[in-house]
Every structure is written in structure tokens, then in C-alpha cells.
Design a protein around this ligand. Structure first.
Ligand code: GLN
Length: 289
């Protein structure tokens, strides 16, 4: 079948749901992935044909059902690296790249430190940190065994060593995770969307991405942050850093939470959309009596 005819079908079927440019970008990324044909090649030879058109027509059907292109392709890009994703993991967001960049700025490149990522999902935070800090020992924890499968594949794909731990952070608070070591940095992007915020969300996020990674109770939106902050106070070294991605509406509550748990030098940071999206603080070790 000729690619230009497939492109026409894409426009006919998808224009009710997407902007014209978006339809083209889906089409071009799919022909490049499936048939290794670039946009330029097609522009130079509008009569190019492909053999196995079922592949791209199947993807079109999924796009019509509002399945995110990242799940259709099975991968996406984050912090300049390729990550596999499936419906057990969130699709990494650009805001989270800003969090990674903030963490990296706080460390000298060649320092050998211990870092833990809690609720790692696809592993995007832990793996991009490991890639950029070759001397760091990176650990990553998640409650979902299925997400950890994806994260392990991603560590291999990006050739970094990360120690993965399958645990529920809500049931380990108060414990020291590693018998003989504490962390210099703990970072987390836990679930933080309240059910009351559902109406503000895009349907394709709501219908396709894992709710386990997204939602918290309206009555206890900081459940994960409380557990992680408590956990961090047992697992961070003195002057260790805690970094969170946060719900844009809960910045003040987060400042109070960190203040109340022996953190100082607390900074709330906005993302590129000018939303309060990240916070960090320095752990002040309490003298034991
Ligand atoms: N930022 C994500 C969203 O808007 C939520 C990520 C999370 O809950 N940690 O869907």
C-alpha cells in the first residue's frame, strides 16, 4: 500500500480527535519506527509503498481508541535516553526531567554517593541519575513487580547498574532499608493526584495510565509523602537531601511536612509551566539522647 494513502486514512480517522500537526507527527513517527522511512524520504518520493501495512493500521486503531502513542510504540524518551513503557508504568513527564536535573545539580559528578528513588515505575528517575553519576550507587524501590520488570529492562537497555527493591513504602516506614548504609539522596515522584482533580485530567491519561501510580485519597493526599519523609529521617545521612515531585496545589502543606520532620533549607520549585512542582530539603540529624 502507498504511504500517502495510509496518511490520508490517518487524517480521516484521527482529525476528529487530534490537531492536524499531531496526526502528522503520529504518522511520521510510526512510519519511521515500523518501516524505517523518514519524513524526508516520503516527501521526495510520494509514491513510496510498504508491504506490511497491517502494522501501522493496527497502531491507527489504537490511536483512535485514545491509547497514548508511547504505549503503542512501547517506548519513549526521557532525559535523552530511551525507556520502555507499558500500562504498568506512567509515561515519564517533562516535569520529572526537571526534577532529575535538579537532583543532578546538587551533586558533584564524580562523587560516590548512595541514592534511592522511591516509586520508580519505569525507572526513569533512577536510571537517568545513574547514567549521569557514574560513581553513584543507585537503588530504586517500587510496590509493583510488573513496573519493576520494565525498570529492570530499562536499566539494561541504558547500561546502568541499579539495585531494584520490590517493596511497599507504606509498610516500611521507621525501618532502615540497608543494614549497613544510609543514603545521601532520596528522591520520589509518588502518587499525588486527588480523585477530586480527575475532572482536570485528560481522558487518555485517566483511561490508560496506571491508577496505582497516580491517585491518592482526597482525605489523605500526602499519605506517600508522610511515609517517605518519615522513612527518609531513618535512612538519610545527616545533611542528606530529600527531593520530591509534588502536587502543584500542595506546596505549602509540603513545606510544613518537611519542617516538622527535621528538614532545613527547604526549597519549593516551579516547573516550566510555572506550577509548584518540586521541593527539596536537607536532613538535620537529631542527636540521640
Ligand atoms: N504529573 C502526573 C500527572 O499529571 C502525576 C504523577 C504522579 O501522580 N506522581 O498525571
Amino acid at each position: 500500500m502507498k504511504l500517502k494513502d495510509i496518511q490520508k486514512i490517518f487524517h480521516d480517522k484521527l482529525e476528529p480527535f487530534f490537531q492536524l500537526e499531531e496526526v502528522d507527527s503520529f504518522f511520521y513517527i510510526l512510519i519511521e519506527t515500523y518501516y524505517k522511512v523518514t519524513r524526508l524520504q516520503l516527501a521526495m518520493d510520494r509514491d513510496l509503498e510498504v508491504e506490511n501495512e497491517a502494522l501501522i493500521l493496527e497502531a491507527l486503531m489504537l490511536l483512535e481508541q485514545q491509547i497514548p502513542i508511547q504505549y503503542i510504540l512501547g517506548e519513549t524518551e526521557f532525559y535523552g535516553l530511551t525507556f520502555k513503557v507499558n500500562d504498568n508504568t506512567l509515561i515519564p513527564r517533562p516535569e520529572t526531567e526537571e526534577l532529575v536535573s535538579w537532583v543532578l545539580k546538587s551533586v558533584e559528578e564524580n562523587k560516590s554517593i548512595n541514592i534511592l528513588d522511591i516509586g520508580t515505575g519505569s525507572g526513569c528517575i533512577a536510571i537517568s541519575i545513574a547514567k549521569n553519576l557514574p560513581n553513584a550507587k543507585v537503588f530504586a524501590l517500587d510496590v509493583s513487580g510488573e513496573a519493576l520488570k520494565v525498570a529492570r529492562e530499562n536499566a539494561e537497555l541504558n547500561q546502568v547498574a541499579v539495585t531494584f527493591i520490590n517493596q511497599d513504602i507504606l509498610s516500611v516506614e521507621g525501618e532502615q532499608l540497608l543494614e549497613d548504609a544510609k543514603f545521601d539522596i532520596i528522591v520520589s515522584n509518588p502518587p499525588y493526584v486527588r480523585h477530586l482533580e480527575k475532572k482536570l485530567m485528560q481522558t487518555n491519561v485517566l483511561e490508560n495510565e496506571p491508577h496505582l501510580a497516580l491517585f491518592v485519597d482526597d482525605e489523605n493526599p500526602l499519605e506517600f509523602y508522610k511515609a517517605i519523609t518519615e522513612f527518609a529521617s531513618h535512612n538519610l545521612k545527616g545533611n542528606g537531601l530529600l527531593f520530591f515531585e509534588i502536587n502543584e496545589y500542595l506546596g505549602n502543606e509540603m513545606i510544613q511536612l518537611l519542617k516538622g520532620n527535621h528538614f532545613k533549607d527547604i526549597h519549593l520549585k516551579q516547573d516550566m509551566f510555572r506550577k509548584d512542582r518540586m521541593i527539596n530539603g536537607v536532613f538535620t540529624e537529631q542527636e540521640t539522647l
